[in-house]
Design a protein around this ligand. Structure first.
Ligand code: ADP
Ligand code: ASP
Ligand code: MG
Length: 423
């Protein structure tokens, strides 16, 4: 008998009918002779609605209370799914993240899973039940407080459960047929990838392809959990996220796996920083102390006359207030003149393991952007990724132009988006 972990995202459980449809799919898996553990996201846009609700009460909700609020979303769907499966005549039991033994760090809003002690789940499975787990949440053992894992966190719950239970399969069900060469909502001619390596998927996810949460891919790579990303709306085979193609494999990897985009970042520019050793260190120490995740950094060449320079960096827009406060608190030591925030930037990234051995990729990327009239504001590269910051309103055009320039468009028909609001 195989043990299967299935995760259903928000758009797959958006309303009662959708929950019943998912229940039938779970029941089919059980009737095919498998043990099944299911993890679910909050219904539809529930998490966003709860965040809006909190914002309507206060500009800075208390992180602990915020986590209690947000975990309610997943608890609604887990209980309803259990009821739907029970109505199909199959035993099932729902568990909150803490009940399922998901142990996390303390960091509210972006806690990391450090361990899973799935005793109650194994007992439920032994009793012939489907175990349903609320995604996106866990417990910090010292404080005994409930935590959330960050947006998209149910993906990580699924992989962590699969690793802890030594599951035979980890299936992530969503509203598209798999991982595509670009977001099908922006590029209908995007092609479905049959297989993508952990390494490439990690860069795609970290560059904004929200089909999988980056932490989930990291976790899967570490514990060697192959992930099957597929649609809950079709019966099609999806994308396998797994180790690189083994030697002797017939498949020849394309140079580029895909194009990702991200509108969730902002750019802070610190103007008039003294151009002396230690300035950048002081600035970024202040920001790091506030636990802000910095992405790209650019320092302008300083004018010799003035001896000052400007430093720009990008960060998640949601963390701008913390970064701004941290820099202001250390203003005297950093000694800058002014700080500006630009939240109308967009980032486009090109990802592919084949880039390592292909020198012409950057030139081709930049000329595609030039032809599309897209101005480049910042650049960063790794050996398998090039990212560029541009204007947010230019981002969709940039993604389509680059996708076409690298020959990624498919003629096999438009990619289907089955549901979701894309929010
Ligand atoms: P779920 O609610 O199932 O977790 P998400 O909305 O988090 O779903 O992720 C699925 C969405 O990710 C798709 O609807 C699609 O718009 C978006 N997406 C972004 N990049 C990609 C990509 N490269 N391949 C597939 N989907 C992508
Ligand atoms: N409900 C959470 C979110 O919207 C977690 C998830 O869906 O994975 O981010
Ligand atoms: Mg998601």
């Amino acid at each position: 008998m195989s043990l299967v972990v299935q995760k259903y995202g928000g758009s797959s459980v958006a309303d009662a009918d959708a929950l019943k449809r998912v229940a039938r799919r779970v029941v089919e898996t059980v009737r095919a002779g498998n043990q099944v553990v299911v993890t679910v996201s909050a219904m539809g846009d529930t998490t966003d609605d709860l965040i809006d609700l909190a914002q309507a009460i206060t500009d800075s909700p208390d992180p602990r209370e915020m986590d209690i609020l947000l975990t309610a979303g997943e608890r609604i769907s887990m209980a309803l799914l259990a009821m739907a499966i029970l109505s199909e005549g199959v035993p099932a039991q729902a568990f909150t993240g803490p009940q399922a033994g998901v142990i996390t760090t303390e960091h509210h809003g972006r806690a990391r899973i450090i361990d899973v002690t799935p005793g109650r789940l194994t007992r439920a499975l032994e009793e012939g039940k489907v175990a349903i787990v609320a995604g996106f949440q866990g417990l910090h053992p010292e404080t005994q407080d409930v935590t959330t894992l960050g947006r998209g966190g149910s993906d990580t719950t699924a992989v962590a459960l699969a690793a802890a239970l030594k599951a035979d399969a980890c299936e992530i069900y969503t509203d598209v047929d798999g991982v595509f060469s670009a977001d099908p909502r922006i590029v209908p001619s995007a092609r479905k990838l049959d297989r993508v390596s952990y390494e490439e998927m990690l860069d795609l996810a970290a560059s904004g392809a929200k089909i999988l949460m980056p932490r989930c891919v990291e976790y899967a790579r570490r514990f060697k959990v192959p992930i099957h990303v597929r649609s809950s709306f079709s019966g099609l085979e999806g994308t396998w996220v797994m180790d690189e193609t083994k030697e002797g494999d017939e498949v020849e990897d394309p140079i580029i796996a895909g194009v990702a985009h991200d509108r969730s970042e902002a750019k802070i520019t610190v103007i008039g920083v003294p151009d002396v050793p230690g300035s950048a260190a002081r600035l970024f120490e202040a920001v790091a102390f506030a636990d802000v995740n910095i992405d790209m950094i650019v320092q302008n060449v300083s004018a010799t006359v003035t001896g000052v320079t400007d430093i720009s960096f990008t960060l998640p827009t949601a963390q701008v207030p913390e970064a701004r406060a941290a820099i202001a608190a250390d203003a005297a030591a950093i000694g800058y003149a002014e700080l500006t925030v630009d939240d109308t930037i967009g980032k486009i990234s090109l990802i592919g393991a084949g880039m390592r051995s292909n020198a012409g990729v950057s030139a081709q990327f930049f000329s595609a952007l030039r032809d599309a009239g897209v101005n480049i504001e910042m650049i960063s590269t790794s050996d398998i990724r090039i990212s560029v910051v541009t204007r947010s309103e230019k981002l969709d055009d940039a993604v389509r132009a680059v996708h076409t320039a690298f020959g990624l468009d498919t003629e096999d028909g438009e990619a289907v988006v089955y549901g979701g609001s894309g929010r």
